[in-house]
Design a protein around this ligand. Structure first.
Ligand code: SAH
Ligand code: DHB
Ligand code: MG
Length: 220
């Protein structure tokens, strides 16, 4: 079981169920050209996010961690007429690339990129209506904070998705002292003990390596 095999299967899956897609392919090309890291979700994972939006009929989405807007485009495309997505990005250069990619995808009217550290920009959203779906994919050390904020600004039925919760299996190592791993393990405790959510974590392998998603449905 190797990375090569995971790549081959991801290519097989993405060729089957995603195929070429100009806006998304151009977004990745622009991301690479600008020297941004290749850490966007894989195409089949992006499609999964798109399906989540449609499954719950989300109209308001908050994404934390925009990068070049690849996952943003997948999520925003699934929004109905009048739907909105706010995406938070700390790095102005990333935000600039993302804003251009989102506009080129024809989604500028639905998406707002807010620049700044999410710990700061979240507070500017506090008075807004609750969100229907969160995609948390920024600095992992702050995942407990982002998750708590999300639960506090949700309604029953809100879905919270957190990326990169497995990180090559490090999450299961209680002796790991990497702040990102500690943040993820603290998130795990919250998922388990927060009575307002019902949650799970799922391991994934693929073109982005060995990692996983957390899913939490707000139930009360
Ligand atoms: N969701 C994107 C990938 C995001 S990568 C996709 O799948 O296409 C993580 C992003 O989070 C990076 O662009 C990084 O600059 C941003 N980030 C890191 N720390 C942050 C913070 N404190 N606040 C907001 N964004 C942050
Ligand atoms: C990293 C961040 C991500 O959101 C991701 O999907 C993969 C890697 C990182 O910071 O290394
Ligand atoms: Mg990620």
């Amino acid at each position: 079981m190797t990375q090569q095999l995971w790549d081959d299967v991801d290519t097989y899956i993405s060729d089957l169920v995603v195929g070429p897609d100009k806006a998304l392919d151009d977004a990745l090309t622009a991301s690479d050209a600008a020297g941004l890291p290749q850490i966007a979700v894989a195409p089949n994972q992006g499609k999964m996010l798109n399906l989540f939006v449609r499954m719950i009929g989300a109209r308001r989405i908050l994404e934390i961690g925009t990068l070049a807007g690849y996952s943003t485009i997948w999520l925003a495309r699934a929004l109905p007429e009048g739907g909105r997505l706010v995406t938070l990005e700390a790095d102005p250069r990333h935000a600039e690339v993302a804003t251009a990619n989102i506009a080129a995808a024809g989604l500028a009217d639905k998406v707002e990129v807010r620049v700044g550290k999410a710990l700061d920009t979240l507070s500017t959203l506090a008075g807004d209506d609750p969100f229907d779906l969160y995609f948390i994919d920024a600095d992992k050390v702050n995942n407990p904070h982002y998750f708590r904020w999300a639960v506090d600004h949700s309604r029953p039925g809100t879905l919270i998705v957190v990326d990169n919760v497995v990180r090559d299996g490090k999450v299961a190592d209680a002796d790991n002292t990497d702040p990102a791993v500690l943040g993820t393990r603290e998130l795990g405790e919250l998922l388990a003990n927060e009575p307002r959510v019902s949650a799970t974590m799922v391991q994934t392998v693929g073109s982005k390596g060995y990692d996983g998603f957390a899913l939490a449905l707000v139930v009360g």
